[in-house]
Design a protein around this ligand. Structure first.
Ligand code: BEZ
Length: 270
């Protein structure tokens, strides 16, 4: 994650992000003595639960406030301040875990390359991220609001792939895809009537960057009016999250360049 986070507020108001991922840790199935990396660890809550299961955990985040919070949980020497597109670890790991972080990393092939390099052969990559369709209703309401106000269309800063897109990247990066799921996860937001505005304030800074500060409250209120028919249920805001969840296994060798793959396939067919 990298957005100049307020880690305390994130934990208080958006702790559900980790709270909803307990079964992702179960899917990882950390074992005693294993070495596991949590990629995009945020405040380190899930990394701590992986450590509590007996694994030796490395954690990594690109945001200094998140790293400080995670170090409070895991210790200074286990948490690295680094970019998911360009990191290296002091030792090979048995598994890489990631929750709600990969969609903040816009160059997935680079990330997958770093993950493959971090894993021992046969190691597993277990992750969940926003998938295609994620927060469409929020983005559409904000886009319509900006258009009404004569403001430039917001550009989505996140990467929400389809299962096919991500599986293709994993395979090209030297992984076998053992499991890939794409499913809706309607997600209640904290904050009562301000829940959607709070969410946009916490996460949507890049979407609203072109809005003059004096107009921002009006823009958030109007986006709420437009989003309410789809996202307000029984007085609660429920975000239209879609998740992509996968398990991939690192192949025995680092991925070969595509040209070499083609040559080898040609050799076989001859
Ligand atoms: C998500 O978890 O889907 C998400 C969180 C913040 C911004 C965008 C997406």
């Amino acid at each position: 994650m990298s957005a100049g986070w307020d880690a305390d507020r994130y934990q208080r108001q958006f702790g559900f992000v980790s709270g909803m991922a307990g079964d992702l840790v179960e899917l990882l199935g950390p074992r005693t003595g294993e070495v596991v990396l949590d990629l995009g660890c945020g405040t380190g809550e899930l990394a701590a639960s992986i450590a509590a299961a007996g694994a030796r955990v490395w954690a990594l985040d690109s945001d200094p406030a998140m790293v400080a919070a995670a170090r409070g949980r895991l210790g200074d020497d286990r948490v690295l301040l680094a970019d998911g597109h360009a990191f290296a670890l002091p030792e090979p790991v048995d598994a890489v875990f990631s929750n709600a972080a990969l969609h903040w990393m816009p160059r997935p092939a680079e990330v997958i390359g770093r993950v493959r390099a971090a894993l021992r052969p046969g190691g597993r990559f277990v992750a969940e991220l926003g998938g295609a369709g994620n927060i469409d209703a929020i983005l559409e309401a904000l886009g319509a609001t900006m258009a009404e106000a004569g403001l430039p269309a917001p550009e989505c800063p996140w990467y929400f792939p389809t299962p096919g897109q991500y599986a293709t990247l994993l395979e090209a990066g030297g992984f076998r895809v053992a499991r890939m799921e794409h499913f809706p996860r309607p997600t209640p937001l904290a904050g009562g009537p301000d829940g959607l505005a709070d969410w946009l304030t916490m996460f949507g800074g890049q979407l609203t960057a072109a809005v003059p500060a004096s107009e921002l409250p009006g823009v958030l209120a109007r986006a709420g009016e437009l989003a309410a028919p789809r996202l307000r249920h029984d007085g609660r805001w429920v975000a239209d999250y879609w998740r992509l969840r996968f398990v991939a296994v690192a192949g025995g060798e680092a991925a070969r360049p595509a040209k070499l793959h083609r040559q080898m396939a040609g050799d076989r067919d001859r």
